[in-house]
Design a protein around this ligand. Structure first.
Ligand code: ZN
Length: 434
């Protein structure tokens, strides 16, 4: 690799880690994506306004705070189809309950709900904190404010091995109701735990406790992302699944200058809990945006359907990299290797949207872009994950493929992947848009 190319690869990896570290919740991920879009001359559209779109227009729409769709209107009519990429903004983890704080034995603890399917043991003994959104009273009723405590604020200490002698043989098991509450602090005499917790939030937002209506708060790891390995060839951070794909898609779109076909990047909330929501991939968001882009060009319903028939949707979500310590967990002949390019995910039972046709189309893009690719199938006797690919494909009836960069430790609080793969993904998605 040339020095210039090497520097670009490193820059993409560092940009990704910065993107993740600024995005400790799906709402922050959307806000961070919005900053990148604004820097690249994209302007916001409101779903409740009348839209007037013109060729070359660069816009984005946010729905519900956790989902965002950005697009560039192509120079050709949408009858010629849309080039689309989708990913998800949410990651599995712990979410605070509405009345989160309670005290016992002189300590305040924070009650949490499990969001999606995290590896719970990875939340122990880490410098955790809280981030999310808070609704505060305003003249118009309420306003939503993002909040992020940068310092370590809460903790889930392990039980000592002397009281859990079998932990190394049987694994760390945590009861979700009784063993997940996180320690927030020592309780102050005479002040209710909830009041102490809300004081903390109010102070950070410079409002009074009475101003706080409610909140949605996420537990996150304050440790910043790292580049590691003998040759600095790997990255580690939380939420690589799936902020790595979000960042790759946004970067590819913002690098796109004058696409002939309309280019769309759709980042959805709620994938980790099944996508069934107004803002999730199963909702109407993407269909509505496609419909409205067509309407703004005065196209008929038939024209819009002709456009969909020519469209291609790349569902980008991380893939399982081969772990040499656990060879038996993988399907032979399907070892996806870190730093060896995007992984095409296939499942005959349609847990992935990939078909031979859509895979061939993606392979064509990789070949044109000079990017290597790999194929993945899960062990037949293990349940395979799924993602937004089949949901979007069935909702829109669009030719779709499921791909992703290979990674280790999916759904750990600290995941890892390859430096090079991120540039590969950006490069092939850019080819798709152009
Ligand atoms: Zn994912």
């Amino acid at each position: 690799m040339s020095t210039v190319a090497h520097q670009e690869v490193k820059k993409h990896a560092q940009d990704l880690l910065d993107f993740i570290d600024a995005s400790p919740s799906p709402w922050h991920a959307v806000a961070t994506a919005e900053i990148l879009l604004k820097q690249n001359r994209f302007t916001p559209l409101n779903e409740s306004d009348h839209w007037q779109l013109s060729s070359g227009g660069r816009h984005y729409v946010i729905r519900g705070g956790g989902s965002i769709i950005a697009f560039i209107v192509g120079s050709k009519s949408v009858v010629e189809g849309f080039n689309m990429v989708g990913a998800h903004t949410d990651s599995p983890g712990l979410r605070l309950k509405p009345h989160a704080a309670f005290s016992s034995d002189g300590l305040i603890r924070i009650g949490v709900e499990v969001y999606g399917g995290p590896i719970l043991a990875t939340f122990t003994d880490r410098d955790l904190s809280i981030a999310g959104r808070v609704n505060v009273r305003a003249q118009s009723g309420f306003e939503t404010r993002l909040i992020k405590f940068d310092q370590a604020l809460i903790r889930l200490p392990n039980l000592a091995i002397h009281m859990n002698r079998e932990v190394n043989d049987k694994g760390l098991k945590l009861n979700k109701q009784t063993e997940l509450p996180l320690i927030f602090g020592e309780s102050e005499d005479g002040v209710a735990a909830e009041q102490q917790f809300l004081n903390h939030i109010a102070q950070a937002l410079e409002v009074t406790v009475a101003d706080i209506i409610n909140f949605e708060l996420n537990v996150f790891d304050t440790q910043k992302g790292a580049i590691w390995g003998q040759h600095q060839e790997f990255i580690a951070d939380s939420q690589l699944d799936n902020l790595a794909s979000c960042h790759a898609a946004i970067t590819a779109l913002t690098n796109t200058k004058h696409p002939t076909s309309t280019a769309i990047c759709a980042l959805f909330d709620h994938e980790e809990v099944g996508s069934e929501s107004a803002t999730g991939a199963s909702g109407s968001f993407l269909a509505d945006i496609i419909h409205r882009i067509g309407l703004s060009q005065n196209l008929s319903q038939e024209d819009a359907l002709r456009g969909l028939a020519k469209s291609f949707f790349i569902s980008a979500d991380m893939a399982h990299a081969y772990h040499p310590n656990h060879a038996g967990s993988y399907e032979p002949c399907h070892h996806a290797l870190v730093n060896k390019g995007p992984v095409i995910k296939t499942n005959a039972n349609q847990r992935y949207a990939t078909s031979a046709d859509s895979a061939a189309k993606f392979i064509g893009l990789c070949e044109q872009a000079g990017v290597p690719y790999q194929q993945y199938a899960h062990r037949t006797d293990l349940g395979c994950g799924s993602t937004i690919g089949p949901i979007v494909a069935s909702r829109l009836g669009v030719n779709s493929v499921d791909v992703g960069s290979p990674m280790w430790a999916m759904h750990s609080l600290r995941e890892s992947a390859g430096v090079l793969d991120h540039t590969y993904m950006i490069t092939v998605l850019s080819k798709h848009y152009n």
